[in-house]
Write a protein that binds this ligand. Structure first.
Ligand code: AOF
Ligand code: ZN
Length: 332
């Protein structure tokens, strides 16, 4: 017998499984799935495997084995109904004898959608459920836009500066916020900077977890601009980077090669051109409790001429890291 809390547990497990694979699945979405047996036991959990590998439902079904018969599947995305690199999950669920499927987001990919309808035709009880599935945000946005979903990240003083008048910027935010930046990089397909930042900072743009341990999987490092950075950017040369003359060209090339979720990390000129071109879908603003009075702004080279023309964002999550605050925003 299913108990009232079983569905909540399965949904939480499915969302966690999607979070777990976030950053490893592009161009596919990081989906999570969980299977409850007929008597409400959590018998299978899985996340989408890297492209070409099994989808989340298939991983969860394999774990559940015979216990899936008569059971319930909870999935963060509508099960696919097509044969792409792998077979249709809708068929796999029905063939395994699953009696009910609850999914959070419909699949916006016209080639893959239709799983809900197929399952209903096979006599499976199908319903949509409400839940926050953060790991799918960028993929859903990118699929709708037909280009990579772009997040602009910056760290600023309370009064909106990223560096003091003398250029000093290390470290505006504290250690916990910086650790979060590294954790966040792991979920991205590419990190983009301008040539100015490449030349001035020679950043490594790696995702380090804990005490400077290089993560096994690293996002692609991308430099935008036409200046030659190879002489000054030793870290990037050592680790490998791609360069494109403009942001639009970078996004085209990234989309074509499978990137769906990209992060712009500066500098101010690139941030300005991204805003000006309407290419910023989300903002990740770390705000430190420090006042600089003057210095370098977050953007350089563009300004809203008047308040009514200023791009506005919708507030999402607000998180504190030590003394700093992270605002996550998206285009309204
Ligand atoms: C699911 N479960 O875990 C994922 C789905 O080329 P393929 O065969 O890997 O299919 C990719 C498409 O399948 C992708 O664009 C998206 O619409 C869907 N992804 N569907 O049922 C999953 N990752
Ligand atoms: Zn599938």
């Amino acid at each position: 017998m299913m108990r009232p809390g079983d569905m909540d547990g399965a949904l939480a497990a499915a969302i966690a499984a999607g979070d777990e694979v976030h950053g490893t699945t592009s161009p596919n979405p990081p989906v999570g799935a969980a299977i409850l047996s007929a008597d409400g036991e959590l018998v299978g959990v899985g996340g989408t495997q890297p492209p070409g590998g099994p989808h989340a439902e298939v991983v969860a079904l394999a774990m559940a084995g015979a216990a899936a018969r008569g059971g319930t599947a909870v999935v963060t995305l509508e099960p696919c109904n097509h044969t792409g690199r792998t077979g249709p999950c809708s068929h796999a669920l029905a063939d395994a004898g699953i009696a009910a499927v609850h999914y959070v987001n419909p699949d916006p990919n016209p080639e893959a959608t239709g799983g809900a309808q197929y399952l209903a035709q096979r006599g499976v009880e199908v319903s949509r459920i409400e839940a926050r599935t953060r790991a799918l945000d960028a993929w859903l946005g990118a699929t709708r836009l037909g280009r990579p979903h772009v997040t602009l990240k910056f760290a600023q003083s309370l009064d909106g500066f990223t560096a003091a008048v003398d250029g000093s910027s290390q470290w505006i935010t504290g250690e916990d916020a910086r650790a979060d930046v590294h954790r966040d990089r792991l979920t991205r397909d590419a990190i983009i900077i301008g040539t100015g930042t490449a030349l001035a900072d020679d950043p490594s743009l790696t995702a380090r977890i804990g005490v400077d341990v290089p993560a096994e999987r690293q996002p692609r490092r991308v430099v935008v601009g036409s200046r030659d950075v190879s002489a000054a950017a030793g870290n990037l040369v050592r680790l490998g980077y791609e360069q494109y003359p403009t942001l639009a060209e970078a996004l085209d090339a990234l989309w074509e090669t499978g990137a769906r979720d990209v992060l712009i990390e500066g500098g101010a000129s690139l941030a300005a051109s991204a805003i000006e071109a309407g290419l910023v879908d989300a903002v990740r603003a770390y705000i430190a409790p420090v006042i600089l009075g003057d210095g370098r702004g977050v953007l350089h080279g563009w300004s809203a001429s008047t308040l009514v023309n200023a791009p506005r964002f919708e507030l999402g999550d607000v998180t504190t890291f030590g003394a700093d605050v992270l605002l996550e925003l998206r285009t309204a």
